[in-house]
Ligand binder design. Structure first.
Ligand code: DAH
Length: 369
């Protein structure tokens, strides 16, 4: 009797002291397991006399039940405190502000280029492209730059080191060499470029990067041009003027833009002209569609007969016009950026400010996004 109550209080103390499931399981095995202390007592009942068994049986069974109950209660308590600990450690604070999600911005040059391409596409122009690394023939010779002529230097050309054959390639100084690639079919040798040779009539625009060794607020060593080329029968300067006037009005989204053509010289056009837009430069920024200043935005002219001949196009049958626009400069004018160099500085704060959201609703006036 004393032994039983001593065993019970001993087990009760061990159950109470069990700090986790493993310790509790240890107590259970030692008391109620196959060779546990209570199991041994139960096993001993069979060897007792009937009177003894009648007396001891209920006590030992009572002890077993009491210990089993105490273990079950302790198990439930341990499980509850484990859950409490997990709930406390895995707590989610729903009142915290959400993490900011950074959205990318469309670079103003790309936005400007998209707008320009959309306007020319509506006029029926298709896209052509050519390589950034050009040979002297496409960049100069075929465009009627005389050999050794200072005009080649005028472009502040980046020359590459001569290859094994002694040929010096250039970083193209303008997109005009793609005129040659389109007319001559020389792009067939350059898989991947959208400008396989075409027979006239031709109506293409050529967007792309160009390079000149120059840097100030309105010049950067790399910038973007958009070239235009139209070859057809009976094409004249009037077509060129209409095309560029229409483009300018649509690009600046106002009918009040005034343009003027000034005679100029380019080796690859005759006659050649530069086009200016009227603007107001007072007050530090440039406003288009008002004022009494002029700003040059492009060069153009009638394709020189020698250029047509160089491409195997008969100048007695075909004529055409060409033009070259500065993409970044037009973007600066339209969106009011003061320094061209910022366009290429890769400063995310600048891009946050001047960049565009990717999916803008179309502008109802132009249909452009
Ligand atoms: N390629 C000239 C430049 O970069 C711009 C230009 C002028 C392009 C007249 C033309 C053109 O197609 O006809 O300065």
């Amino acid at each position: 009797m004393t032994d039983l109550s001593q065993l019970q209080s001993e087990l009760a103390a061990r159950i109470a002291a069990a700090g986790d499931m493993t310790a509790l399981e240890q107590v259970r095995v030692e008391a109620l397991g196959k060779s546990g202390s209570i199991s041994a007592l139960l096993g001993g009942l069979g060897k007792m006399s009937p009177e003894e068994r009648r007396e001891q049986g209920p006590k030992i069974n009572g002890l077993r039940d009491a210990v089993a109950t105490a273990i079950a209660q302790k198990k439930a308590a341990l499980e509850a405190s484990e859950l409490d600990a997990r709930l406390a450690s895995e707590r989610v604070d729903l009142s915290l502000p959400a993490r900011p999600e950074r959205k990318g911005r469309v670079h103003p040059t790309l936005q400007t280029l998209d707008e320009m391409i959309a306007i020319f596409a509506e006029m029926g122009f298709s896209l052509a492209e050519g390589p950034d690394i050009e040979d002297d023939f496409h960049n100069f010779t075929a465009l009627n730059f005389p050999p050794k002529h200072p005009a080649r230097e005028m472009h502040d050309t980046f020359w590459l080191a001569p290859d094994e054959a002694g040929e010096r390639k250039v970083l193209r100084t303008h997109t005009s060499p793609v005129q040659i690639r389109v007319m001559q079919g020389s792009n067939e040798k350059l898989p991947g470029w959208i400008a396989n040779g075409q027979a006239p009539p031709i109506r293409v625009i050529v967007p792309g990067r160009v390079y000149r060794s120059d840097s100030d607020a309105t010049h950067t060593p790399m910038f973007h041009q958009l070239e235009g080329l139209v070859i057809d029968r009976a094409i004249h300067m009037g077509h060129l003027k209409w095309t560029l006037d229409t483009f300018t009005r649509r690009f600046f989204e106002t009918d009040s833009v005034v343009t003027r053509f000034r005679p100029h010289h380019f080796p690859f056009t005759e006659p050649s002209a530069e086009m200016d837009v009227q603007c107001d430069r007072s007050g530090g920024s440039v406003k288009i569609g008002q004022g009494s200043d002029w700003l040059e935005i492009l060069g153009g002219g009638m394709v020189h007969p020698k250029v047509l001949e160089n491409c195997g196009v008969d100048p007695d049958e075909w004529q055409g016009f060409a033009f070259g626009l500065g993409v970044d400069r037009l973007g600066m004018l339209k969106y009011g950026m003061p320094d061209l160099r910022d366009m290429f500085a890769a400063d995310l704060r600048w891009l946050e400010h001047y960049g565009f959201t990717a999916f803008q609703a179309p502008n109802p006036a132009t249909g452009l996004s």
